[in-house]
Design a protein around this ligand. Structure first.
Ligand SMILES: NC(=O)c1ccc[n+]([C@@H]2O[C@H](COP(=O)([O-])OP(=O)(O)OC[C@H]3O[C@@H](n4cnc5c(N)ncnc54)[C@H](OP(=O)(O)O)[C@@H]3O)[C@@H](O)[C@H]2O)c1
Length: 300
């Protein structure tokens, strides 16, 4: 089980590292950074240290309750202490919508509604810049930002460091071609999550959402290459210059997901998969739709 967990993390991270090392010449410590800043459970590192209670594990990311600038560095320091590290390679803002700060991961009012906060993301960004200057992280980036929010950071007076990446939902049904083009033009790496059509967590994903990996065109391309639809969905991203995350707890699929560097999709395959785009988002996070920084109302 431990090995499987480790591999499951390594896969997503390896795909990123492979691409990023090629692009940026960065060392494999990207493995460590992602663990700290996304919702991954950072099991591979934890294993070498001590086991953490599930409630503790959730604190190991820049969660939305820590977007106020005064909480950013303490949050990272807390993660580092728990990870037993001096620094991470990347620290990202997980989601632009702030929630009320405090001990609750999902602060809710008496009626069960999430309590949001309004924090100027430029102030949060400055706090991330300070973390980099303090040597606590090598690079800083964002997640779930639309192009206007990226521009807001890029145009911030006195910007010291720009985001190195933007991690967003991206798969053939939501191929993010405009956001990808925008990110490439600004030299920001687009990182794809839910690249296999998500793990369909009922907390975030509607039951009747389409099953990406059952798509007939994806399956036809898979059959042609004697590969699985999952491999095609991952390979598609790599070929368009996207760093792709893939999560699995299944040993066979983990191995399979590593084998996407053994084949190549033709331009016709890529075009056919491009044609599947329908701007369908699995995780809409509609509870935040009225927040001024809700990112998904913009076209891209
Ligand atoms: N920044 C963000 O806001 C954000 C949001 C969501 C996710 N993420 C990150 O993105 C990562 C992955 O996203 P995700 O979990 O939403 O979804 P995903 O990677 O699209 O899908 C995971 C699901 O696909 C299955 N799977 C894996 N490989 C497969 C294959 N070759 N063929 C068929 N099925 C396969 C897995 O099941 P088995 O385990 O049974 O193989 C799992 O149920 C997560 O680790 C998370 O850290 C980030």
């Amino acid at each position: 089980m431990m090995g499987t967990l480790c591999l499951c993390l390594d896969l997503a991270l390896l795909l990123q590292m492979k691409f990023l090392r090629a692009k940026l010449g960065r060392p494999p410590k990207w493995l460590l950074m992602w663990v700290s800043v996304t919702s991954m459970r950072h099991s591979s590192i934890k294993m070498k240290r001590r086991s953490a209670r599930p409630s503790e594990r959730r604190w190991r990311m820049l969660w939305s309750t820590f977007l106020r600038p005064e909480f950013v560095q303490p949050a990272l320091e807390k993660s580092l202490t728990k990870l037993g590290l001096d620094y991470v390679d990347l620290f990202i803002i997980h989601w632009p919508v702030a929630m009320k700060s405090g001990d609750e991961i999902l602060p809710k009012d008496a009626s069960g509604k999430i309590i949001f906060d309004t924090v100027d993301l430029r102030d949060t960004w400055e706090a991330l810049e300070k973390c980099k200057d303090a040597g606590l992280t090598k690079s800083i980036g964002v997640s779930n930002f639309n192009h206007k929010q990226l521009e807001m950071i890029l145009n911030k007076p006195g910007l010291k460091y720009k985001p190195v990446c933007n991690q967003v939902e991206c798969h053939p049904y939501l191929n993010q071609s405009k956001l990808l083009e925008f990110c490439k033009s600004k030299d920001i790496v687009l990182v794809a999550y839910s690249a296999l059509g998500s793990h369909r967590d009922p907390n975030w994903v509607e039951k009747d959402s389409p099953y990406l990996l059952e798509d007939p065109i994806l399956n036809a391309v898979a059959k042609k290459h004697k590969r699985s639809p999952g491999q095609i969905a991952l390979r598609y991203q790599v070929q368009r210059g996207v760093v792709v995350l893939a999560k699995s707890f299944n040993e066979k699929r983990i191995k399979e997901n590593f084998q996407i560097f053994e084949f190549e999709l033709t331009p016709e395959d890529m075009k056919a998969i491009d044609g599947l785009n329908r701007n369908f988002r699995y995780a809409k996070l509609l509870s935040a739709v009225d927040h001024p920084y809700y990112p998904f109302s913009e076209e891209y």
